[in-house]
Design a protein around this ligand. Structure first.
Ligand code: SAM
Length: 264
């Protein structure tokens, strides 16, 4: 039996909700051109799941296309705020943690699972389980389209420089695994905080602390994650890695569900 524990990171997103699309930084959201990449080849009636209720513009674009859209998010507030912002009945919004097995009724049913820089919110263990949660939703031949920012964010760089100067870097950053722990960074986080659009700095600080451990990736890390994904004998085969137009060092990784797993 798998015991599912509550993902404590959801509480961080409960602090944000609609602030993300109302006042958050524009560059944290996919541009129109990037949304175009997500939508390529998706036609009316396609069964699509967006993971992350914050990615509202993509959800709206899929609804406008006539896709059959499910949105999954582990934060109750993110789900509620998106529900309030969209026409009733335009899509299904489910509270679900993608690092867990998919809801039984949806396993193997989706043609596309889409998410924008969601993988950047994961620790190393969550990244593996998160990709497997996406694979679990896909029908054979269905595609995951996941954009991922490679390398460090500007705020990570500030924190690492400050931590190095103060001799506290090792308390919140592991250079080997490239995992940064916002919950453990204390004053270094406070002193390195960069604005996120108009979001109140106190809320921002609590949001970062609640996000806890996040891995930073290079291209090879992503290749390894895709190759290792396995759910009940099925796997993922990478189809493409496309540079995102405006976002620096950000790529959209497209991988198809294959059965049996390719090197099995
Ligand atoms: N760049 C993104 C955007 O445009 O929305 C933001 C990054 S990510 C998609 C953020 C969203 O994913 C939030 O709504 C958060 O609640 C959700 N999220 C984070 N981890 C999750 C998880 N393990 N399962 C489900 N939803 C998750």
């Amino acid at each position: 039996m798998t015991i599912q524990t509550e993902n404590t990171k959801a509480a961080a997103w409960d602090l944000i909700g609609s602030l993300f699309w109302e006042t958050g930084r524009t560059t944290a959201k996919p541009s129109d051109e990037e949304i175009g990449l997500f939508l390529a080849g998706i036609t009316a009636g396609a069964r699509c799941t967006v993971v992350g209720a914050s990615t509202k513009d993509l959800v709206e674009a899929l609804i406008a296309l006539g896709a059959e859209v499910t949105v999954m998010d582990f934060s109750e507030r993110m789900c509620e705020d998106l529900r309030a912002a969209l026409p009733a009945g335009s899509c299904t919004i489910l509270r679900h943690d993608i690092t867990q097995r998919a809801p039984e009724a949806l396993r193997g049913t989706q043609q596309f699972v889409l998410n924008d820089r969601l993988v950047n919110r994961f620790s190393e263990d969550e990244a593996r389980r998160g990709l497997e949660g996406m694979l679990d939703l896909l029908a054979d031949g269905g595609q995951v389209r996941a954009s991922i920012k490679l390398g460090l964010y500007p705020m990570d760089e500030r924190m690492i420089d400050t931590g190095r100067e103060r001799g506290t870097l090792e308390t919140f950053f592991d250079a080997g695994s490239k995992v940064i722990d916002f919950a453990a960074a204390g004053d270094v986080l406070t002193d390195s905080l960069l604005p996120h659009g108009g979001i109140d700095p106190e809320i921002l600080l609590d949001w970062y602390r609640g996000r806890g451990r996040e891995q930073r990736f290079d291209h090879e890390d992503v290749l390894g994650l895709v190759a290792a994904a396995e759910v009940e004998g099925r796997g993922l085969a990478l189809a493409s890695a496309t540079e995102f137009g405006q976002a620096p060092k950000t790529r959209m990784y497209t991988a198809s569900a294959v059965s049996p797993r390719q090197d099995a």
